[in-house]
Design a protein around this ligand. Structure first.
Ligand code: ADP
Ligand code: MG
Length: 450
């Protein structure tokens, strides 16, 4: 690949200089980075075609663990990585390759070997890209189509055209599968920060004990398990957008930590006393009723006020039937391409059936239904019979008629058992207050810890 950009990631200036000389004389564009933070930021911003990654970034370490940690953080970017180390051992090479590196060279390098490896990796990734482009050509709508035919979605379109270019914090509300994550992506793409990274943090997926380190990063030795420096999400998203998904799952104890950085724009990397400035645009999303969480004192009101400068509520699919036909067309073309079928059509009867379903899983559920129909169809047209919709009828046979108290007791026992007896968690599942749950535990004499 001529004109390919290569990121040389090494803390040793002499090595960067030598590699830069060699590779630019071969016609490559060069970017350099000397530490972990720069590597991640440059890789996100400049999207190099290949990274040459040193394994040790502090002169006194030789374990290669730093390189492996950076490699892990580079993985989502899908950039080919060639590892370099002066202390190359087969074991480290294998570890690196297992973590997704594409090749491995030893320092001092053999020029010919190095150049060959680079050429080879670039041509592999070019083929991969061509294939992707080809697939997109076949199905132009396959990549993240955005259907917004209905009046309510049109109103959202108008709104985001106005607010995307501002730096205002945005809170996106809506049921599961209504397109909150996709909307966050669109807002970022329409914003002035579009060339900087969009970094997503799923609040429900971060263990409490790692929350600060995930968001703010840590320095080696900041706590027992902090074996390497780690770059936090605020730093990764610098000058870009930070997307907090499932913000309603953020535990109350951790909320002040987030509040502080939103209020002051400042934070510290764990283990460092130097104050950092956050330059991020914040988008958050949740399917929870945050106001209700506030009234139950499970979510801080001051934090909510920081997040909800602007609120966009995406209506559930059952309330925007005007989008159904377009969604059907879009997903049919997407899945026809995926399964290499001729693009199918859909009967009017089938469209009507789609409009009558209540779609508790919204567009995510919709896409699964269409995917199955495309897979199963043997003719050119998808008919109503081929649409396998899950019954959402609440009076289905799984509910047994019995004294109400007995049902209540069973629900409480179930909630206590799935939460391992944690009253607070069980109360959340049942959507009642802790005290209300305690009263019922007493009433039914269900064993519990205080
Ligand atoms: N307006 C839309 N047009 C087309 N596809 C959409 C739209 N909104 C959501 N989708 C698709 O539906 C699925 C669920 O969307 P997602 O953004 O993950 O929902 P949420 O974050 O609200 O759970 C994804 O595959 C997404 O691409
Ligand atoms: Mg989502």
């Amino acid at each position: 690949m001529t004109n390919a950009t290569i990121l040389i990631a090494d803390d040793d200036e002499d090595i960067r200089f030598a590699l830069n000389l060699l590779l630019s004389s071969e016609g490559y564009q060069i970017i350099e980075a000397e530490n972990a933070k720069e590597i991640i930021i440059q890789s996100n911003r400049q999207q190099p075609d290949l990274v040459l990654l040193d394994m040790n970034f502090s002169r006194d370490t030789t374990s290669g663990q730093e390189g492996l940690a950076i490699l892990e953080q580079l993985q989502p970017l899908n950039i080919p990585v060639i590892l370099m180390t002066a202390w190359g051992s087969i074991e480290l090479a294998v570890q690196g390759l297992q973590k997704g590196a594409n090749d491995f060279i030893e320092k001092p390098w053999n020029k010919l070997k190095l150049l060959n490896s680079i050429k080879q990796q670039l041509s592999f990734s070019q083929v991969k890209e061509q294939n992707q482009g080809y697939r997109q050509l076949l199905a132009p709508e396959s990549k993240k189509a955005w259907v917004c035919q209905s009046p309510s979605m049109q109103a959202i379109e108008t709104l985001i055209a106005q607010i995307a270019p501002t730096d205002a914090n945005i809170l996106i509300l809506g049921e599961n599968g209504t397109g909150k994550s996709l909307l966050a992506e669109r807002i970022h793409q329409l914003s002035l920060r579009q060339h900087a990274p969009l970094i997503t943090v799923n609040m429900a997926a971060i263990p409490d004990s790692l929350f600060e380190s995930e968001l703010f990063g840590h320095q080696k030795g900041a706590f027992t398990d902090a074996k390497q420096n780690r770059i936090g999400r605020f730093q990764l998203a610098d000058k870009g957008t930070l997307f907090f998904d499932e913000i309603g799952s953020l535990p109350l104890t951790l909320q002040p930590k987030l509040l502080r950085v939103l209020e002051t724009g400042q934070f510290e990397i764990l283990g460092s006393s130097q104050t950092q400035v956050a330059d991020v645009r914040l988008i958050s999303a949740t399917n929870a009723d945050l106001k209700q969480l506030v009234s139950k004192q499970a979510f801080r009101q001051d934090l909510l006020y920081r997040l909800n400068t602007l609120v966009i509520t995406i209506p559930p699919l059952r309330e925007r039937l005007e989008d159904i036909a377009d969604l059907a067309i879009s997903f049919i073309s997407q899945f026809s391409a995926k399964y290499r079928k001729q693009t199918l059509t859909m009967s009017a009867c089938a469209i009507n059936k789609l409009k009558q379903h209540s779609w508790p899983g919204n567009i995510r559920e919709f896409s699964h239904v269409i995917e199955r129909a495309v897979l199963l169809s043997s003719t050119d047209e998808i008919t109503a019979q081929q649409l396998l919709l899950e019954s959402t009828d609440n009076t289905s046979d799984s509910v047994i008629l019995q004294p109400l108290e007995q049902s209540e007791r069973q629900l409480i026992e179930k909630a206590m058992s799935v939460t391992d007896g944690q009253v607070i968690e069980a109360a959340k599942l049942l959507d009642i207050s802790r005290n209300a749950l305690y009263r019922r535990l007493e009433k039914f004499a269900i064993h519990h810890d205080q």
